[in-house]
Design a protein around this ligand. Structure first.
Ligand SMILES: [Zn+2]
Ligand SMILES: [Zn+2]
Length: 443
């Protein structure tokens, strides 16, 4: 069946608008809008009708001029006048119910919503009622449409093209910063603003700050006597010290902090810091001066936390950082022994721990939130420095995931080997610092 015959058959049964007619042949011809396609097909049919009438065919095939009577373009009207067709005019298109006429309204509405937003890329998403999509599928099957496209993609493209022109922004199919959601049949236009990511490194320069918000375990945030009605176990967190200024600048709705691993609340994070990515949900501002942001955060965190190397990032970085929890670390622990310890004994600790695999059962103190299993972690190097008769500094360069406090105490035999077991003495950690997170390809 050729294009014309197919189109005629469609138009005989349905009073399609030009957009819906053209859409059934969307893959034919390039750089033409469906509306023009439909108009051209209809025009050609009109010419053929006219020819038949002028030739005064007594039995003009009904099909020929029936087809051109719906939503008539002006040449069609002329023909209709010629033959006094009584058929009613301007019937509503049964596929789109005339919604393609509202494209400009949707675009204006979208533009209004986008006005105060900073973005460079967008995508138009279309939500159609199920029955409309089903009707279109049935229609396509009935007329064996082989070169058509979906109503959804036509809406999306038509609106997207106009928005591009008006806003000067780019369409991005993979990672749009904002999605303009249009429901053509209910005339609802809304935005879904995708998250914005900034990565960097943080140093934690004081002890006693958890990485993420920590609610009071007793009242779960509602406030009680134990937490002095604050609802919190710790008043501050790295997440908030970094995130709150970030929220202010981006005018986001919510933040989500992703660190490449985390240190204990009472451990500092020194050296070049720990990589992190902050996800800001529904940000209104994205055109950010990173130097300004860095200054603002560091001022807000008042020397407790310091950020450096801020970069624009994306979701992939979050995934990468989650994997990086196993990154190599260098720790410094200040250890106190139950008795005086000699330099020779400290040497023995160095030698036993360096290049050794430690077998570690999940520490008792984290058992309530982690599965009880035994891990093996490698220590590349251990170095000791005597500080007093019963105190020493131990530096440990190890595989990620080794619990250092338990490496010192032995955790009642759950960690083997431990500093305590090597010397047969009680040992505890007075202070712990992370000196370096060795992240390889992570910046
Ligand atoms: Zn239509
Ligand atoms: Zn409480």
């Amino acid at each position: 069946m050729d294009i014309l015959q197919k189109a005629l058959k469609m138009l005989l049964d349905y009073s399609l608008c030009n957009s819906c007619l053209g859409r059934q042949f969307a893959m034919l011809g390039h750089g033409i809008e469906n509306e023009s396609r439909g108009e051209s097909i209809r025009l050609l049919i009109t010419l053929m009708d006219n020819n038949i009438i002028l030739g005064r065919h007594k039995t003009s095939p009904e099909s020929m001029w029936t087809a051109s009577t719906i939503n008539p373009s002006s040449p069609t009207l002329e023909v209709l006048k010629l033959c006094n067709d009584p058929r009613e005019e301007n019937k509503q298109c049964p596929l789109c119910k005339g919604t393609f006429e509202n494209i400009k309204t949707f675009v204006n509405e979208a533009q209004k919503n986008l006005k105060d937003l900073e973005y460079t890329t967008f995508l138009v998403g279309i939500e159609l009622p199920l029955e409309i999509a089903e009707q279109e599928d049935e229609f396509k099957a009935r007329y064996n449409v082989t070169h058509g496209e979906s109503m959804r993609s036509q809406f999306s493209r038509d609106i997207g093209k106009l928005l591009c022109k008006i806003t000067g922004k780019q369409v991005d199919f993979k990672k749009p910063e904002v999605v303009v959601l249009v429901e053509p049949f209910t005339k609802i236009v809304r935005l879904r603003i995708n998250p914005f990511y900034i990565s960097g490194r943080y140093q934690k320069l004081v002890r006693g700050i958890p990485q993420s918000r920590w609610l009071c375990g007793n009242c779960l945030g509602n406030g009680c006597e134990i937490c002095n009605w604050s609802g919190r176990m710790y008043q501050e967190s790295i997440e908030e010290l970094i995130g709150i200024p970030m929220m202010e600048i981006t005018q986001g709705q919510e933040i989500s902090f992703h660190g490449a691993g985390r240190e204990d609340v009472d451990a500092r994070m020194l050296g070049s810091g720990r990589p992190f990515v902050l996800e800001i949900k529904e940000p209104k501002k994205r055109f950010i001066d990173l130097h300004e942001l860095e200054e603002k955060i560091n001022k807000y965190a008042r020397g407790k936390v310091k950020v450096t190397r801020l970069c624009f990032a994306n979701k992939d970085v979050v995934r990468k950082y989650k994997k990086a929890e196993g990154a190599e670390k260098i720790y410094r622990a200040i250890v106190e022994f139950g008795r005086n310890v000699s330099t020779d004994e400290l040497k023995q600790v160095e030698e036993t721990l360096s290049n050794t695999i430690i077998s570690q059962q999940t520490p008792k103190r984290v058992l309530h939130r982690r599965a009880n299993l035994t891990r093996e972690r490698y220590i590349y190097e251990a170095k000791t420095k005597r500080m007093s008769q019963n105190r020493a500094e131990i530096r440990i360069h190890c595989q990620g995931g080794l619990y250092i406090k338990e490496l010192i105490t032995g955790d009642e035999g759950r960690t083997k080997t431990s500093v305590a077991s090597i010397l047969g003495v009680k040992a505890s950690t007075l202070e712990l610092d992370v000196l370096s997170v060795v992240t390889g390809d992570i910046k």
